[in-house]
Ligand binder design. Structure first.
Ligand SMILES: [Zn+2]
Length: 160
């Protein structure tokens, strides 16, 4: 598989087209389910599936506060985001047998942030050689049904 590592760019392309309000603020205002893709809500932050996942199980950890960078958040929110990042990895290990992770954030336009106003941390599960089913479909986008399945599995994973 070529260019396995480009979720940041992907997000930029997908979200830039429809910058009608903040996608995170819109999602968090809805009831949780396959529609808004929020798998887990904490007190100050939540875990949401990426609608255009780089690999199955690509999630983002997002604060409820619409703030463009980590410095603008209070320490409790930052702490919870790190906790949810760690928990996401545990869930992905359990549910998808993920063996490794890429984790990171694009903060600011020059860094390629897709959603400029609302900071978020990506967690992308990885496998040795990325021999999960995504590999066989190459660069093809995950079907909506598959995304919904992923959502249900990860949501359930957070309940355990
Ligand atoms: Zn927002």
């Amino acid at each position: 598989m070529k260019h396995i590592w480009s979720p940041w760019r992907m997000e930029y392309i997908e979200n830039h087209e429809k910058e009608d309000g903040c996608i995170f603020c819109t999602a968090q205002a809805k009831a949780d389910g396959a529609d808004n893709l929020i798998a887990y809500r904490g007190k100050l932050a939540y875990v949401i599936l990426n609608r255009y996942p780089y690999t199955s199980g690509h999630v983002m950890v997002v604060p409820f506060a619409h703030v463009p960078n980590l410095e603008g958040l209070d320490p409790a929110t930052r702490a919870e985001m790190m906790e949810l990042t760690s928990r996401s990895m545990s869930v992905l290990r359990n549910v998808y047998n993920a063996r490794a992770f890429n984790m990171g954030a694009n903060i600011g336009e020059a860094a390629g942030a897709g959603v400029l106003g609302h900071v978020h941390i990506h967690v992308v599960p990885r496998w040795a050689g990325d021999t999960n089913f995504m590999s066989s479909t190459g660069q093809t986008r995950v079907l909506p049904e598959a995304l919904e399945d992923t959502f249900l599995r990860i949501q359930k994973g957070f309940r355990i």
